[in-house]
Design a protein. Structure first.
Length: 147
């Protein structure tokens, strides 16, 4: 019965590791998307600045450019906040993967130790049986020689 519960625990720990890895993958995907959004907003602002500077009579569009720049800054701040939150979730997911792996390794270690203990006990019993056989033969051999 102990083996069945250990087997169940092993399967459960392995499943936990896989679930944690899947969650980490989702977090890393969200983090990459957030980083891409920040980069896209930054690139768009850079292009707008270049277009404004290259435009003839750009001073006439100064107010429009400034409003666009403020909107771009607000979008970039929101995207950076989303990126920071995604990075925090990724860090938590990494920690969850580490914890799940450690738990699974602990179960594997316990399983190995139990198997080694069982093998040691089986060897001890076998040696005891061999000693009993040898003792019986020695004792019966000694009696027949003395008679």
């Amino acid at each position: 019965m102990a083996r069945d519960s250990l087997k169940t625990l092993r399967a459960s720990r392995r499943r936990s590791v896989e679930e944690a890895r899947y969650a980490l993958g989702a977090c890393l995907t969200a983090e990459a998307q957030a980083a891409a959004a920040v980069q896209a907003i930054t690139d768009a602002a850079r292009r707008d600045r270049a277009a404004y500077q290259a435009a003839e009579h750009s001073h006439q569009f100064l107010e429009i450019f400034i409003r666009g720049l403020r909107a771009s800054d607000a979008q970039r701040l929101a995207a950076q906040a989303a990126l920071t939150a995604a990075q925090a979730r990724s860090a938590e997911a990494r920690a969850a993967v580490v914890a799940a792996r450690m738990a699974a390794e602990a179960v594997e270690t316990l399983n190995f130790e139990r198997a080694a203990a069982a093998e040691l006990e089986a060897n001890r019993r076998e040696q005891h049986a061999l000693d009993d056989i040898a003792r019986t033969r020695f004792n019966s051999g000694g009696r027949s020689a003395g008679r």
